[in-house]
Design a protein around this ligand. Structure first.
Ligand code: PLP
Length: 393
């Protein structure tokens, strides 16, 4: 009998991939399924970015690159961050990684061990809790509440810090809630963190370019009082519709970059070379495709949030960013798992139960509106019919 380590039994998963598999199986059997479950832009990577990768292949960039990434790309990331947030980043602290997820894995491995504690948002991206549990650290949830627009309460975060806390994970704009934490909330947290110099902060900013109604992104590197403890997670997946390229970037405190680079050498050696050239073209080339995509998301957001609020038993706070709506469904009388299952099986609409993102997700389901307007409208109609048939008024 094979005996994998105990930690394997503590690893979780991402329900989104399971729902996708079930939705695809139903579609293959002839059912008409509208998929509002999966969290990836339904747009194509911009042409000039694809062309840059093709050119890199023709130019012979077929070999390993430096483990931390090609120097031009690390420099371009530093310039990009300087342009956007007026922060000064040493390119030597930038690590190019195969997707944003790798940054969170590295950060959690670096700080998580039995006897340590890691704070993370609940509801939040499911891999945080999974990786923390795997590491042996104690997962300490930071509750996110509907009445705060799903922003964390800085006092609650600070109260949860102990001498064993090694890492705090924050995510704005957020998955699954769409919550965008206001600057004054970050201000209060950053001020309080000055009293806890032993704590690192992983700031997951993968949705940094997806904000609505004139909101501006708050990058945690822009707080001088904590910047030397911030691990920044961002990348190309969402901003440039590049989820399948597996490309992300991180910025590490100077004292950690060598550790991060060693983790890269020990795991993936380097990121796919052509993808790095594509990433360079994305950062340095025209940004109009990003704006176009965000205008489309803004229109869909209006449709889905208003449509959800018109449904009986459902209320949805306005998401400030990302491409998710996270309505409260308690008024339907169904729990999150049952509603997710029944919407898929009976109404042909794939969504994700809030409980897939942590205990505090009970009473909510996540809709990804990375889908065209007519599909969103059709899904809302189907849900309205489903609720009517089930006596929800
Ligand atoms: N962080 C959050 C909050 C996400 O929602 C996702 C993807 O869904 C990621 C990180 C991972 O991004 P990537 O596909 O670049 O690994």
């Amino acid at each position: 009998m094979l005996q994998p380590v105990d930690a394997m039994s503590r690893l979780g998963t991402e329900t989104a991939f399971e729902v996708l598999a079930r939705a695809n199986a139903l579609a293959a059997s002839g059912r008409d399924i509208i998929n509002l479950g999966i969290g990836q832009p339904d747009f194509k990577t911009p042409d000039h970015v694809v062309e840059a990768a093709i050119k890199a292949l023709h130019d012979g960039h077929h070999g390993y690159t430096q483990a931390a990434g090609i120097p031009g790309l690390r420099g371009a990331v530093a310039d990009y961050l300087a342009d956007r947030y007026a922060v000064s980043v040493d390119p030597a602290t930038v690590l190019i990684v195969p997707g944003g997820k790798v940054t969170m894995w590295f950060a959690i491995l670096m700080f998580g061990a039995p006897g340590t504690e890691i704070l993370y948002p609940d509801p939040g991206f499911p891999i945080y809790g999974s990786a923390i549990a795997f590491s042996g650290a104690k997962p300490v949830p930071i509750p996110l509440r509907e009445e705060n627009g799903f922003a964390f309460d800085p006092d609650e975060v600070l109260d949860r810090i102990t001498g064993r806390t090694r890492l705090i994970i924050l995510n704005s704009p957020a998955n699954p809630t769409g919550g965008a934490v206001p600057r004054e909330v970050f201000d209060r947290l950053a001020a309080g963190l000055a009293d806890h110099p032993h704590v690192a902060i992983l700031s997951d900013e993968i949705y940094s370019r997806m904000l609505y109604d004139g909101r501006e992104h708050v990058c945690l590197l822009s707080y001088p009082e904590i910047a030397d403890r911030v691990i920044l997670l961002d990348g190309w997946s969402k901003t440039y519709a590049m989820t399948g390229w597996r490309l992300g970037f991180s910025v590490w405190p100077g004292e950690l970059i060598n550790h991060a680079e060693k983790l890269a050498v020990n795991s993936h050696s380097c990121v796919n070379s052509a993808a790095q050239y594509a990433g360079l073209a994305a950062l340095t080339g025209p940004q109009d495709s990003v704006d176009r995509m965000n205008r489309a998301f803004a229109e869909r957001r209006r449709l889905i949030v208003d449509g959800l609020n018109d449904l009986p038993g459902v209320r949805c706070v306005e998401p400030g960013g990302a491409f998710y709506a996270f309505p409260n469904i308690e008024g339907t009388g169904m729990d999150a798992q049952s509603l997710q299952r029944r919407l898929l099986e009976e109404a042909g609409v794939a969504t994700i139960a809030g409980t897939s993102f942590g205990q505090n997700g009970e009473g909510f389901i996540r809709f990804s509106y990375a889908s065209d307007l007519s599909s969103i409208a059709a899904a809302l109609d189907r849900i309205a019919d489903f609720l009517k048939e089930n006596g929800v008024s």
